[in-house]
Design a protein around this ligand. Sequence first.
Ligand code: XMP
Length: 575
Amino acid sequence: MTHDTIIVLDFGSQYAQLIARRVREQRVYSELLHWDAPAEQALASKSVKGFILSGGPASVYEPGAPTLPAYVLESGLPVLGICYGMQLLAHNLGGRVAPSQAREYGPAEIELLDAHNPLFAGCSVQVAGDASQVASLASDLQPAPLPPATLPVWMSHGDRIERLPAGWQALARSTNSPYAAMGDPARGAYGLQFHPEVTHTPQGAALLRAFAVDICGAAADWTPANFIAEASAAVQAQVGQAHVLCGLSGGVDSSVVAALLHQAIGDQLTCLFVDHGLLRQGEAEQVIDTFQRHMQAPLVAVNATEAFLADLEGVTDPESKRKRIGNRFIRVFEEEAARIAAQWALPAPRSPTPALRAGASVLGTDEPGSPLPAPRTIGYLAQGTLYPDVIESASGSREQAARTIKTHHNVGGLPEDMTFRLIEPLRLLFKDEVRAVGEALGLPAEIVWRHPFPGPGLAIRVLGEVTWPRLETLRQADAILLEELHAAGLYRATSQVFAVLLPVKSVGVMGDNRTYADVVALRAVTTDDFMTADWARLPYDLLARISNRIVNEVAGVNRVVYDITPKPPGTIEWE
Ligand code: XMP
């Protein structure tokens, strides 16, 4: 793909991915690279139109602090530094950065000193003297002289610029920052002390758009339709005549992969749904039913519960659980691929519905009696790997690679001797882009807006050893939670909601009897990107209803707790 591109260099900000997503929301393609990624990687394509330097926790004078790669200024391309990125620009170009007397965290107001600057062209500003008056700088405020115009922004910085580099001008100031925005418009270089990427800066999207589209001149052509056309062409070129197996979980990512591949390569695709016994209540049937109602590709459904549970026997370490499940998935895929290929060589018996049993049943699209296809094999395995997974496991990000947080994301736990080649058509997309592509492909809301469900399923929500009875306990509690959430109309208002079975028992009293039974934790979060999350403020009466029902209806559970930990420092899953 050769879209005009804005490269975001990550200096360690928790918002770095968000910057790239916000630029893409303006339909300009953007990639995130670690700040010390090699120049060849950053300038690999002629379509790079500009750079954004993210914030970061360091101070430019600190020993070992991340530095500005020389190619950024040498390229002559427009550059926008945000927070630490701004300080790096000032530091490198002869300005002075110093610790701010008052650190600024949270909401602030900046006063624009050059409201005609192209960076502010799309902003709606507050005009001093009349807080209710909002004007568009591009139109209503022409011509000068301008009354002082202000913007609400989100600040988060310790250091600040004290002297501008030669040739730069102050574009905005705040109470604590004489240079809340600075620029050298002739070279298309800008710095912002605040964070345009967070929603607390309401005009942030307009600022990023002005930079990417007007100042960098990047084409706003990153649309779901363009992505689908290009990804389809790329898949066709990659697989040629080969056959592809797509692991289907029922979640949005694998469903979008399946729909995209089916559009691109038609009956060269077979989808495989593996019930590992670690699914939610009724989920296997639901996934198959939804697939059959909305998608045309052939589906093979396999029940491999016994094999997965045997692998998990006695295992309590979450990383081992993940690895064992990942390995077993691939072994099942390999077995099924061989079985499917063997069936192609036979006069294939077709069953009307996929049976969920050990073994496979193929739902074909061929008419009975049609000529048999030539024997084929399955060379590729399609996965719904997303861009955040790619970034997290990218070799360019040396610090991140060094600290394995969880080996979860699909790129992690594949066995080395796997016989498939991988195909990952969504590896450039963020989750919200996957949803947009799903909608453009015509997938229904029940798939597109489904909460994510982890590949290892309930194995990482049954803390400690995973046994069938404990899975059943969790399934019942989880089903009550989801039923009540739907009934309260809060499914779409939350991002991920589930129950966790804890590996401790607690004392209780039921009727006149003392109990000593299991504890269930409820987790409900809201998030944009699953990299950070907050706990959902579910209504107390809803929580009370759920707790009451779980304790009454689920045998062996006598206590329900609600997890009120944000991410960070917690994670969304408990394991
Ligand atoms: P954490 O727990 O890291 O989760 O905050 C972030 C998102 O990733 C999902 N997750 C997984 N997905 N395999 C997956 O496919 C895994 O092992 C896994 N662990 C976490 C989690 O559900 C959340 O959406």
